[in-house]
Design a protein around this ligand. Structure first.
Ligand code: SAH
Length: 362
């Protein structure tokens, strides 16, 4: 008797090939040995990926044709595609990257003087629920793999002229990096080592809503990445409303964990503060921030709100922003007001994905 098996639709990402960016170097060497190739080929392949900006195996012209064929039978180099892109007049480029399972994330290249900074996502969606942010409006779908995080970096690197190099990375795209710390650290290891992208950890920033156990894990990991903590409010009453995950943590625990990270890493802390008109831009908030941050010597990065369609928040007026800034400066807070680079192209996290989804389904 013949069992009738259900017909399983073969998905494009399910053809048995592995994502090479998720394969360790030692594993690749072993695979090469198994097919009778010399192990030094692994180093050549890695160079093609990170230094020579190859986008497929066919481009790796100093590998034997037979090896290139075997590679493309067993591995996929890029599993994602670029489903939409925008470029603003200041040189900012934003990509919407479609993953093999159909999920989408955003990443951005910012050109500023000699700097070539990229902003990368760590999850599809986000579970933190910050009420003003487009990324978390539908919750989190899943974590990205280290390879999917690296792919965003490589796509953006391909946007550079041959003589240009990526100089800075911020994990400030969609998702909460500290809720996917293992995969973020795997990707960043290749971002920072000379065999990979060779970007010093001092030029790499991990931005978090403030999850103390994960901050402590990062401190023990002992690579001096910069830590940015998204504070957005100086007290629990307000932060619980704006950053719902705070109800389980509290401002004090977040500040203590940040202090421990500073003690362990020696890296000056940054706090992020999205300025929402009429909500967290009051003189009382400024005074509380002075109490909280004045003695810490950390940097406060104030970001005027980038409006998200359908959300009831607004950017403060220029006068309100100036008042807020003066109060902080008088109180001795190290404050920096970020200009809204790329805002004309939805370059605030989650917005491009959302606007496209709206255009398709709305
Ligand atoms: N989950 C991490 C990193 C992603 S968001 C974190 O919370 O830090 C990166 C920064 O952009 C955060 O400070 C976030 O609060 C801020 N942000 C989100 N939506 C914004 C918007 N519409 N306008 C301005 N900043 C926004």
């Amino acid at each position: 008797m013949v069992d009738l098996l259900p017909v399983v639709q073969k998905r494009a990402d399910d053809d048995g090939r592995r994502h090479l960016l998720n394969v360790d170097f030692a594993e690749l060497q072993q695979w090469l040995a198994e097919i009778g190739e010399r192990p030094f080929r692994a180093g050549q392949i890695r160079q093609w990926i990170y230094h020579r900006r190859a986008s497929d195996f066919a481009a790796m012209t100093d590998l034997p044709a037979k090896l290139r064929q075997r590679l493309s039978e067993s591995f996929v180099l890029f599993r994602s595609t670029i489903s939409s892109e925008q470029r603003s007049s200041d040189g900012t480029e934003k990509l919407l990257v479609r993953l093999a399972d159909g999920g989408e994330v955003e990443c951005v290249l910012l050109r500023d003087g000699n700097r070539r900074s990229i902003c990368v996502s760590s999850q599809v969606g986000c579970a933190m629920g910050c009420v003003f942010c487009a990324s978390g409006l539908d919750g989190v779908e899943r974590n990205l793999t280290g390879g999917e995080i690296l792919e965003q970096m490589l796509w953006l690197q391909q946007r550079l002229a041959p003589e240009e190099r990526l100089s800075h990375i911020v994990m400030m795209g969609m998702g909460e990096p500290l809720a996917n710390l293992d995969q973020v650290l795997r990707a960043l290891e290749l971002a920072r080592t000379s065999e990979g992208l060779g970007i010093s950890p001092r030029r790499i920033t991990i931005s978090t809503v403030g999850l103390p156990p994960a901050i402590d894990r990062l401190a023990r990991y002992a690579v001096p990445y910069n830590l940015a903590v998204s504070l957005h409010a100086p007290n629990d009453e307000l932060r619980n409303r704006l950053v719902p995950v705070n109800r389980r943590i509290g401002v004090e625990a977040v500040m203590d964990a940040a202090d421990r990270y500073f003690a362990a890493s020696g890296r000056r802390l940054t706090f992020e503060y999205v300025l929402l008109g009429g909500i967290n831009d009051t003189p009382e908030c400024a005074a509380e921030l002075v109490d909280l941050l004045g003695r810490r010597g950390s940097l406060l990065n104030v970001i005027p709100y980038n409006p998200v369609a359908g959300l009831p928040y607004r950017t403060p007026s220029g006068a309100a922003i100036s008042r807020f800034r003066e109060a902080l400066e008088r109180g001795g807070v190290n404050v920096q007001f970020r200009q809204r680079k790329g805002s004309e192209i939805d370059a605030a996290c989650g917005q491009l994905r959302r606007n496209r989804a709206g255009a398709e389904f709305g």
